[in-house]
Structures are given as structure tokens and as C-alpha cells.
Design a protein around this ligand. Structure first.
Ligand code: Z5A
Ligand code: MG
Length: 225
């Protein structure tokens, strides 16, 4: 089955990015269910995928149970994507729409936001080059005031205001420099239903536009990083 429920054709790769508590996971789950209910083949993946051996190292680091050099943990996050890249490509080729909750953009900005002088955005993006390129990247934009209303930070690393405000600036730099990538910013401060309607609109447009004859792209270097 193809992305739009007809025979033949490939699926669409849809990435959802955003700051902490923007609603990425709840919206991805809802989108996944909606696509399936409309008869489309769909899969939901989230990064970090904490179930793999690499993912378990990441989980332990995020919970503060282990310490790792900034570059090492950065490369583990990237390796966690590479270990699943082939299966994403084959799902897409087989006509399944794949929804990804956080991807390379989170990978680059969270590591660069640490302010390590030998780990800037340019360095952080390099290991992402060659990974499957999204047909659509949705950025769920939320103000720190709106995010604060959704409950306090959890106990994980990076869940503090200073880090989040650097992440916000870096997301805007990375997305501002993207050429040839379909990035759609959606106001995630609205009600859940309003946000899901906005998401559904851009996703349906993307799925309708995916050219069955053109294969999934690969992430490229970002000019200016
Ligand atoms: N990280 C990294 O450094 N490098 C990488 O390569 C990757 C990630 C991939 C863990 O990520 C950390 O890893 C993260 C980035 C870093 N660090 N930080 N910060 P994660 O994805 O596992 O984090 P998470 O625990 O899933 O949190 P989250 O993604 O930040 O939350 P969310 O998915 O965006 O939000 P949510 O769980 O869907 O919703 C949050 C709450 O808001 C929940 O109670 C909802 O019911 C509520 N909600 C959702 N939408 C609404 C609306 N519209 N109105 C009101 N309330 C709402
Ligand atoms: Mg989440």
C-alpha cells in the first residue's frame, strides 16, 4: 500500500521537533493513530530510542546516572539514529509513512547549546550527514511561559531554563539556514485540538506531494554552519 492508501509509491518521512513540553510526543501519537484510522500505513519512532544498547547508555546519561564526555554522548545520540536508518528507509520504500519524534535537529542543537568550545553547531551536524532526509519537518514552537504552564521540568539533564533558552536560539539558527528542506513552524501554545489540526493540514499536503518516482533524500551539510 502507498502512503495515500493506494497501491505503489513510497511513504513520507515526517519529523516533529521542538523544545521541551511543546507536545511533540502527544501530537506524534495522535497523528500516528489518525493516519492509521484513515487507512494509511504509518509508523511512529522516537529519538532517543532508549530500548537499544546505545539507547540504554543515553538513558543512563540523561537520568544523571552516568557521566560522559560531551562529544561521546553527542556521537551516541547520532549512532542511535544510524542504527535505525536502514529500517526507516525500507519502511518508506515499502509505502509506510514514518513519523519521527525528535531527530538530527535536536541532536545538533542540544549538544551545541552546552557551550563546549570544541563542539559547535557545525561539528555537531557532521555525523548527521547522510541520514534519511525528512520530506517534512514540523517545528512545534512554544514560549517558555506556555511551556511552564504544562508543569515543571522533570529531573533529566538539560531540563533547565538556561539550557532551553540556548536551545530555542539554536533551533532558530539551524532552521533559518536550511535550504531545500520543507520546514513548517506551528504555534504549539494553542489547544491540543488546534495544534493537531494544523499538523494534520501540513502532513496531508506533504503526503499528497510526495513524488512516488523520487526516492527519499539524505541529510546534507548546512551552508553557513
Ligand atoms: N536529545 C539530545 O540531546 N540529542 C538528541 O539527539 C536527541 C534528544 C534526539 C530527552 O528527549 C532529551 O534528549 C531532550 C533532548 C535530548 N532533553 N531535553 N530537554 P525526549 O524526547 O525523550 O524528552 P521527553 O521526555 O519526551 O520530553 P519532551 O519531548 O520535551 O516533551 P514533549 O514530547 O514535547 O511533550 P509531551 O510529552 O507531548 O507533552 C508535555 C505535557 O504537555 C503533557 O502533560 C501533555 O499532556 C501536555 N500538552 C501537550 N500539548 C498540549 C497543549 N496543546 N496544551 C496544553 N497541554 C499540552
Ligand atoms: Mg516527548
Amino acid at each position: 500500500m502507498a502512503a495515500d492508501g493506494t497501491r505503489g509509491g513510497r511513504g513520507a518521512l515526517i519529523v516533529v521537533e521542538g523544545l521541551d513540553r511543546a507536545g511533540k510526543s502527544s501530537q506524534c501519537e495522535f497523528l500516528h493513530k489518525s493516519l492509521q484510522e484513515s487507512g494509511r500505513s504509518a509508523k511512529y519512532i522516537r529519538f532517543p530510542d532508549r530500548t537499544t544498547a546505545i539507547g540504554k547508555l543515553i538513558d543512563s546519561y540523561l537520568r544523571g546516572q552516568s557521566q560522559l564526555d560531551d562529544h561521546s554522548i553527542h556521537l551516541l545520540f547520532s549512532a542511535n539514529r544510524w542504527e535505525i536508518a536502514q529500517s526507516i528507509e525500507s519502511d518508506i520504500a515499502g509505502g509506510t509513512n514514518v513519523i519521527i519524534d525528535r531527530y538530527s535537529y535536536s541532536g545538533a542543537v542540544y549538544s551545541a547549546a552546552k557551550g563546549n568550545p570544541s563542539l559547535n553547531l557545525g561539528w555537531a551536524w557532521e555525523p548527521e550527514i547522510g541520514l534519511p532526509k525528512p520530506d517534512l519537518c514540523i517545528f512545534l514552537s512554544i514560549s517558555s511561559e506556555e511551556a511552564a504552564k504544562r508543569g515543571g521540568f522533570g529531573g533529566e539533564r538539560y531540563e533547565n531554563e538556561a539550557m532551553q533558552s540556548r536551545v530555542r536560539e539554536l533551533f532558530s539558527s539551524v532552521f533559518g539556514m536550511q535550504r531545500n528542506t520543507n520546514i513548517q513552524t506551528i504555534d504549539a501554545g494553542k489547544s491540543f485540538e488546534e495544534v493537531s489540526q494544523d499538523i494534520s493540514m501540513v502532513v496531508n499536503e506533504c503526503i499528497a506531494r510526495v513524488d512516488p518516482a523520487s526516492p527519499l533524500g539524505k541529510l546534507e551539510s548546512i551552508h553557513g554552519l
